[in-house]
Design a protein around this ligand. Structure first.
Ligand code: ADP
Length: 302
C-alpha cells in the first residue's frame, strides 16, 4: 500500500491555541480525501503545513513515505494560496506565464491542462470575464502544470453555484481516474459526499474521525436506539437471547442495535424481564448530513 500523506501528532499553535492539535492523518494513493470541518476548524492551517507554507509547532509530516519534504513537495499541486490570475490575460496566456515562471519544459503542457479542466474553448476570453467556477478551474489548471501526483484543494467549491459544483466534481473525478490522489477541504458535506472515497472530520483542530465511504455508510445505517440503566447487563442479555446481534454502546447509557432492528418489542421484553430498565427505545435512521453535523460539533463521539 502506498501512502501519499502521513502526519504524526501534527500540531500548530497560534497565540497559545492549538489550531491543529496532534493530528494523525493518513491519505493513501488513489484516495479522494474529503477533509471536512466548520470554518476555523484548522483545515487550511493543516494543508499549509503539508505544503510547506507554515511550520509545524510539533509533529511530523511524511509525503510519499519519505521525510525528504523539499523533494516530495515538488510532486504536490495546490490551490491554497490562490495563484494570481492576470485579469487581462486569457486562460492560455495565464498558463503560459506560469509555465515560464516554473520553468516547465513540456511544450504542450498548457494545451493539456486546458483540456483537462475544460477551458480549452475559452479562446480569447479574458480571465476577468470568467465565472467563479472557471476561475477555480484555471487555478487548478495552474496547479496541474507540474504534473502532480497529489493535489490539495482548499475549499475549491466555495461560492460556486450547483452547476459549478457539478463541473468541479466531474473535473476532480477525471483527475482522480488519471491517477492523481486528491485532498479536498470543505465545510459543507453535500459538496463532498458524491466524490470522496475517504473522510477526515476535523473539529477545533482535532481530527475527530477518519472513515472510508463504506465505513461511514455502515455507521449511518438504521438502528434501534435503546436507553437503559445498565449497558453491560443489557449487552449480555442481547447476546444471550439473539443469535445474530450487531450493536454498539454509546455514552449516556445508549445501545444501538443494528441487527435485528425489526423486533424492538421482543428486545424490550427480554431486557425488562431480565431486570434492565428501558427508558426509551426507538428506531432511528441517521442521514449522512446529520451524522456529520453532530461529529463536527463534537457530539456523537463514541
Ligand atoms: P479552516 O481552514 O478550517 O477554516 P483555519 O486553518 O483557516 O481553519 O483556521 C484555524 C484557526 O487558526 C482559526 O481560529 C484562525 O483564526 C487561526 N489562524 C489561522 N491562521 C492564523 C495565523 N496566521 N495567525 C493566527 N491565527 C491563525
Amino acid at each position: 500500500m502506498e501512502y501519499i500523506l502521513q502526519t504524526n501528532n501534527l500540531t500548530k499553535i497560534y497565540g497559545g491555541k492549538s489550531v491543529v492539535d496532534h493530528v494523525n492523518m493518513t491519505i493513501k494513493k488513489g484516495d479522494i480525501y474529503g477533509f471536512i470541518g466548520k470554518n476555523g476548524a484548522g483545515k487550511t492551517t493543516l494543508i499549509r503545513m503539508v505544503a510547506g507554507l507554515a511550520h509545524p509547532t510539533q509533529g511530523e509530516i511524511k509525503l510519499f513515505e519519505s521525510n525528504d519534504l523539499d523533494k516530495q513537495r515538488k510532486r504536490i499541486g495546490t490551490t491554497i494560496e490562490n495563484p494570481a490570475l492576470y485579469p487581462n490575460m486569457t486562460a492560455k496566456q495565464n498558463l503560459e506565464y506560469y509555465v515560464k515562471l516554473y520553468g516547465i519544459p513540456e511544450k504542450d503542457a498548457v494545451d493539456q491542462v486546458l483540456k483537462l479542466v475544460g477551458l480549452e474553448d475559452t479562446k480569447r476570453k479574458k480571465s476577468k470575464n470568467f465565472s467563479l467556477g472557471m476561475k477555480q478551474r484555471l487555478a487548478i489548471a495552474i496547479a496541474l502544470l507540474g504534473n502532480p501526483d497529489f493535489l490539495m484543494l482548499d475549499e475549491p467549491t466555495n461560492g460556486l453555484d450547483p452547476f459549478g459544483i457539478k463541473e468541479m466534481r466531474e473535473l476532480l473525478l477525471r483527475l482522480n481516474k488519471q491517477g492523481i490522489t486528491i485532498l479536498i477541504s470543505s465545510h459543507i458535506l453535500g459538496e463532498l459526499s458524491k466524490i470522496a472515497t475517504v473522510y477526515g472530520i476535523i473539529n477545533n483542530g482535532i481530527l475527530v474521525e477518519e472513515y472510508t465511504k463504506q465505513e461511514l455508510e455502515e455507521r449511518c445505517k438504521r438502528c434501534l436506539k435503546i436507553k437503559v440503566d445498565d449497558t453491560k447487563k443489557a449487552s449480555m442479555i442481547l447476546e444471550e437471547n439473539f443469535q445474530t446481534v450487531e450493536y454498539d454502546v454509546l455514552p449516556e447509557n445508549i445501545i444501538r442495535v443494528f441487527d435485528p432492528i425489526d423486533c424492538s418489542g421482543e428486545i424490550n421484553r427480554k431486557l425488562v424481564l431480565s431486570g434492565v430498565t428501558v427508558e426509551s427505545i426507538s428506531l432511528v435512521g441517521q442521514d449522512l448530513e446529520g451524522y456529520f453535523v453532530e461529529l463536527m460539533e463534537g457530539k456523537n463521539h463514541d
